[in-house]
Design a protein around this ligand. Structure first.
Ligand SMILES: Cc1cc2nc3c(=O)[nH]c(=O)nc-3n(C[C@H](O)[C@H](O)[C@H](O)COP(=O)(O)O)c2cc1C
Length: 200
């Protein structure tokens, strides 16, 4: 599938064929694409929880106020991020770069994030947002539909997935075969309203 077709056809689908399973190679292909998403300084804050246990899924569905797609979709992935990833063995993020690039980037990264909690958290969320879109487009490219979700009780979900201290849940994404098409688009703002030239 062409990139623009995937972008146009990706919709937030709420109803899935409950008996449809995703072949392991498709899931691997999607996730292998996801980890190629860009991140600031290549920090790759994301940590993904794939929920395979049915009972666990049902509990997560409850925490998501009963949203049907949480349990019905073939896959459910919870996108989490390590807020402190910038400071966790950062040499890994530049390991393949020339030594002089490493010597330049590592102190830059430290100066950029050290002591700046809001920016650390923003960055972790940004990384997950970009990963999320890659996930949904990759899924679409393989013939699956998806639904991104933040409609859940954060504390309860954190408890269920044993979210470590210093980590944040960005969203979760259900992926599967659609049973019903998405609702018509809610109403896109006109491009002229959201695109400015040079400044606001
Ligand atoms: C961060 C985020 C959270 C969302 N949370 C939910 C959700 O909890 N439940 C749901 O049914 N849809 C959820 N959606 C889907 C949006 O309602 C949907 O993307 C939006 O209406 C645009 O529709 P489209 O994705 O089909 O183009 C979420 C979307 C995003 C990006």
């Amino acid at each position: 599938m062409k990139v623009f077709q995937a972008i146009e056809e990706r919709r937030a689908v709420k109803h899935y064929q409950a008996d449809s399973e995703m072949p392991a190679e498709d899931f691997k292909k999607i996730m292998s694409a996801v980890i190629l998403s860009p991140t600031s300084y290549n920090i790759q804050h994301w940590r993904f929880i794939r929920v395979t246990d049915k009972v666990h899924r049902d509990k997560i569905k409850e925490a998501a106020w009963g949203q049907e797609q949480v349990a019905a979709a073939s896959e459910l992935v919870i996108l989490c991020a390590d807020i402190n990833a910038w400071n966790d063995r950062p040499e890994r993020y530049v390991a393949n770069s020339p030594q002089e690039t490493q010597d330049m980037l590592l102190p830059m990264m430290e100066a950029f994030y050290s002591g700046k909690e809001q920016i650390q958290r923003d960055e972790a969320m940004r990384s997950c947002g970009i990963a999320a879109q890659t996930m949904m487009l990759a899924a679409k490219g393989l013939g699956y539909d998806s639904c991104p979700m933040v409609g859940f009780d954060r504390e309860e979900l954190a408890r269920l997935i044993r979210l470590p201290q210093g980590y944040v849940i960005a969203m979760m994404i259900a992926i599967g075969k659609a049973e019903k098409a998405a609702y018509p688009r809610g109403g896109q703002l006109p491009l002229e309203e959201v695109l400015c030239e040079n400044h606001f």
